[in-house]
Design a protein around this ligand. Structure first.
Ligand code: UD1
Length: 387
């Protein structure tokens, strides 16, 4: 059997790592070999957004890189389809595996399907019900076309059934990203926060002498934000920055590994200089997997609009404010046993929940099948469907 797996952007890399490991294990122990080809669309191209993860998670170099880079959504999707079609015509795989909800997921599932190649979607069935989110469009189209839909939780199964997806195509496998978290926990916990900061400090920023994270009682907030709905409009981004600088930073330092999109927008809107001058706001370059995991393990509170971090906060128990009005991952919400609460981007709501959340302690949760063994179930589901 020949499988092509596709990755394109940062959140895909931690999801493919455990699958590649189980394919190798299969090939060592079973007679019937799986030929696996890894395709990187090149949507994320910076070392810090891509290569770092391949190295840290022992992902073999991509066999094929489509070199797509940045551009509008139509450019990214269109260029990926044109380049990926050539790969499929050459390689003729039995399966194409796509992950998550990035533009590569959409582009490659459509391309494969048009060539009558079977598509397996890992992380199927998540729905924010917000079609203004580019990722929601990617999820809807990919799930509509996929032959095998592997879901991370049971709520996702319900979403798919409600959309009329045949039960026979759906398999509940759990959350593959948690496989990666579990196999890297120990390595991450041995890192030292002050070193992470020193090594990733954004150059032009002042020195970080005022903050010391070596003491176990030193609190800090951890921040990430990159969604277009939060960072592409000055009238939304500016009040959030003001809240961080004028309020949160009075309680504790804020560590913020900053996404390239957000850094660009802060610079464009004239907010960058103000942000870097505040000594309690520690702006870092995008971090590696273990570094981010370590910070998440120790943070007093997380503020984020990332989907993956909501999930990691659930398992680690980090109290989390999700800077969105909706989530495709309701299992991560406090009301469903998780660690996060939706606060959108309205400052009075963020402030109120921030104050409530500061009173909370860590409370880890483990949703069903988030057990570190999802990749094995993924491969089993594919082998079962192949027969
Ligand atoms: C993408 C995904 C999103 C995911 C996020 C995680 C889609 C539709 N969105 O959003 O689901 O949560 O990745 O990071 O696929 N850039 C760089 N260096 C890079 C990559 C991007 O500078 O390595 C810049 C681009 O030039 C662009 C901006 O960052 O200006 C946004 O990149 P883009 O690939 O459009 O999407 P993300 O916002 O990263």
């Amino acid at each position: 059997m020949k499988i092509i797996s596709v990755v394109g952007a940062r959140p895909n890399f931690m999801k493919i790592a455990p699958f590649i490991k189980v394919v190798s294990a299969n090939n060592e122990s079973q007679e019937e070999q799986i030929e696996h080809i890894l395709v990187h669309t090149g949507q994320h191209y910076d070392d810090r957004m891509s290569k770092t993860f391949f190295r840290a998670l022992n992902i073999p170099n991509a066999d094929i890189n489509l070199g797509i880079g940045s551009g509008s959504h139509a450019e990214q999707v269109g260029n990926t389809m044109i380049a990926f079609e050539r790969v499929l015509l050459n390689e003729k795989p039995d399966w194409v595996i796509v992950l998550g909800d990035v533009n590569a997921t959409l582009a490659c599932s459509i391309t494969a399907k048009k060539l009558h190649i079977r598509v397996c979607h890992i992380e199927a069935g998540l729905r924010s019900f917000d079609e203004r989110m580019p990722e929601e469009i990617n999820r809807l189209v990919t799930d509509r076309l996929s032959d095998l839909l592997l879901t991370p939780d049971e709520l996702s199964i319900e979403n798919l059934k409600n959309e009329g997806v045949a039960k026979s195509k759906i398999v509940f496998v759990g959350n593959i990203m948690i496989d990666t978290l579990e196999s890297n926990r120990v390595k991450a916990s041995n890192l030292i926060i002050n070193e992470i900061i020193e090594e990733n400090f954004i150059q032009e920023q002042k020195s970080n002498d005022l903050n010391n994270f070596n003491s176990p009682t030193s609190h800090f907030a951890l921040m990430t934000m990159h969604r277009p709905s939060n960072v592409d409009k000055k009238e939304i981004l500016e009040p959030i920055i003001r809240f961080l600088l004028d309020e949160v930073s009075l309680d504790m330092p804020i560590i913020w590994p900053i996404h390239p999109r957000t850094q660009n927008q802060l610079q464009q809107f004239g907010l960058w200089d103000k942000a870097i001058l505040n000594e309690k706001l520690i702006l870092l370059n995008p971090l590696g997997y273990h570094e981010m995991l370590k910070l998440n393990m120790e943070a007093k509170i997380m503020l984020t609009d990332s989907g993956g971090l909501q999930e990691e906060c659930t398992v680690l128990g980090t109290p989390c404010l999700t800077l969105r009005w909706n989530t495709e991952r309701p299992i991560t919400l406090r009301k469903n046993g998780g660690a996060s609460v939706l606060v959108g981007n309205n400052i009075s709501r963020i402030r109120e929940e921030y104050k409530n959340t500061l009173k909370l302690n860590r409370s880890p949760d483990r949703p069903k099948l988030w057990d570190g063994k999802t990749a094995e179930r993924v491969l089993k589901a594919i082998l079962n469907t192949n027969n």
